[in-house]
Ligand binder design. Structure first.
Ligand SMILES: Cc1cc2nc3c(=O)[nH]c(=O)nc-3n(C[C@H](O)[C@H](O)[C@H](O)COP(=O)(O)O)c2cc1C
Length: 473
């Protein structure tokens, strides 16, 4: 399935832009096998580009502006574009050029077509956009739709715009044919995991935006928390790497959570668990504990048996419809975790494997083991512009070296990551559609609003009273 976005190039009051944009969108929607979307720049009120680093700067930190993030994610999620552009003083509108300038890697190696209008049918605006497109590594297709002045005037004078557009049917179909051919070809090429004879990669790869070794407290290293990486990587908000050699590691006694789900993956050794839904047991290596806290739950756990215990605990922010919902606990032994090659699918799906746990929002979370010298690549779904990885054992090249105990966040994009193990290695990897809500933090909770946090805290207190009465606290 390819995704084509139609970009409405004017935000002016009384604009014409949305008429041809809707018209071309309807034509696209009549084609099979594609998803057509409208990106109206009125929905993306971005400031004029004001950052120190240009979008094309390798390894730059992601931009913080919420609208820019949404716009970047929308471009990343698209495979091809139709720019519906007016002509303002011989070129495209400033608002369109600014929106183009905010983004770089997410435009790369995709196709674009143009629908234009103005006194010279917008031809000069398209001419300038084609030059800009080449700089952005967008492939501009030859065919275009240039709307005659009479149809533009019909818009301003209350005439029959639809009739004027209907006369451009042939041009529209030819342009769409061309755009879909190039979009499909480029998408196939982007996804192909092939190399040239010289070993140079043929597809764009995800670039590291930030890396960390986190903060260690005894056997637990906090690699991600909402005040730092979690802000960039929502819905993923906390990641703890635990690594303990032997008892006494009692772990944490019963403690509360709300608004989040935790996924504990045992890479080595075993982990004991207990929760207020009545479950208790020991998870062996390769197993996982899923605990969707919803509006409030208490759980606890620690190392299961003597010897080394190693793994990751991930926290995921729940969307508003689940943050006060019922809690759910799932414990899966290693035999119940599906895999595609070296990747074990803890959440979401990859290749032929789909996790038995329902993720609260679109995301993948994988645990991957590679032997020294082995290569593996991950191609995120196009909407997954949040992407990170953390190494639990050994070291990998992506192509920069990542060592045991490191976490990296990649620049927002859905480009692939190529892994090569330098030594026998194990890492976890998360990709997701960004969580676009604020994070409101409590001591054991993450919610999207203060009201939701207060309600969950009241429920947590009620469970606490019950646990005290039962003599469990
Ligand atoms: C600031 C400005 C500059 C313009 N310059 C040109 C121009 O150079 N060539 C042209 O053909 N039309 C020009 N026009 C006319 C626009 O093409 C026409 O107003 C069109 O409706 C604008 O698109 P919109 O209604 O979607 O904003 C200009 C309009 C504005 C507002």
């Amino acid at each position: 399935m390819i995704t084509i976005s139609v970009i409405v190039g004017s935000t002016r009051q009384g604009r014409f832009s949305e008429r041809p944009a809707q018209w071309i969108l309807e034509h696209l929607r009549k084609r099979g096998g594609i998803e057509a979307r409208l990106l109206d720049l009125r929905d993306f009120p971005m400031p004029f580009f004001d950052q120190a680093a240009s979008p094309a700067t390798p390894g730059r930190a992601p931009y913080e502006h919420e609208v820019v993030k949404r716009w970047t994610a929308a471009i990343a999620a698209s495979d091809g574009f139709v720019f519906v552009t007016p002509e303002y003083n011989y070129g495209p509108s400033a608002v369109l050029k600014n929106a183009i300038d905010w983004v770089y890697p997410e435009w790369n190696r995709k196709a674009a077509a143009f629908v234009s209008y103005g006194s010279a049918m917008g031809a000069r605006s398209v001419q300038q956009l084609r030059e800009t497109a080449i700089e952005l590594q967008i492939a501009p297709v030859r065919s275009a739709v240039h709307i005659p002045v009479a149809t533009l005037w019909a818009h301003f004078r209350g005439g029959d715009v639809d009739k004027g557009l209907a006369e451009l049917e042939t041009q529209a179909q030819t342009m769409i044919d061309d755009l879909l051919w190039w979009t499909t070809a480029l998408k196939t090429a982007r996804e192909r995991n092939s190399r040239t004879e010289k070993g140079k990669l043929m597809r764009p790869l995800s670039r590291i935006a930030r890396r960390t070794r986190g903060q260690s407290h005894g056997p637990i290293t906090r690699l991600m928390s909402p005040s730092d990486f979690g802000r960039l990587l929502k819905p993923f908000v906390f990641l703890d790497l635990f690594d303990t050699q032997a008892k006494p590691f009692t772990g944490l006694g019963l403690h509360p959570h709300s608004g989040i789900a935790t996924l504990t993956y045992v890479a080595e050794g075993s982990v004991s668990y207990e929760d207020t839904n009545g479950a208790t047991g020991v998870l062996p290596a390769g197993g996982l504990e899923w605990m969707r806290a919803g509006g409030g739950v208490w759980h606890g756990g620690g190392a299961g048996e003597q010897g080394r215990t190693r793994g990751f605990q991930l926290w995921i922010a729940l969307p508003p419809e689940l943050e006060l919902g019922p809690s759910e606990s799932v414990y899966l032994g290693p035999e119940r975790i599906p895999n595609d090659g070296p990747a074990r699918v803890l959440l979401g799906s990859y290749g032929t494997a789909t996790s038995g746990i329902k993720a609260p929002s679109p995301m993948n979370y994988l645990a991957v083991r590679l032997k020294a010298g082995e290569r593996w690549s991950y191609q995120p779904p196009t909407e997954h512009t949040v992407l990170w990885t953390a190494v639990g054992m050994g070291s990998v090249l992506v192509p920069d070296e990542l060592q045991q105990g490191e976490l990296v966040a990649f620049s927002p994009s859905s480009a692939a990551i190529e892994f090569e193990a330098q030594f026998d290695a194990e890492f976890v990897l998360g990709s997701a559609v960004p969580h676009d809500r604020d994070l409101v933090l409590g001591s054991h909770s993450v919610h999207t609003s203060t009201e939701a946090l207060r309600e969950a805290e009241a429920r947590i207190s009620a469970i606490q009273t019950r646990l005290i009465q039962q003599g469990r606290l």
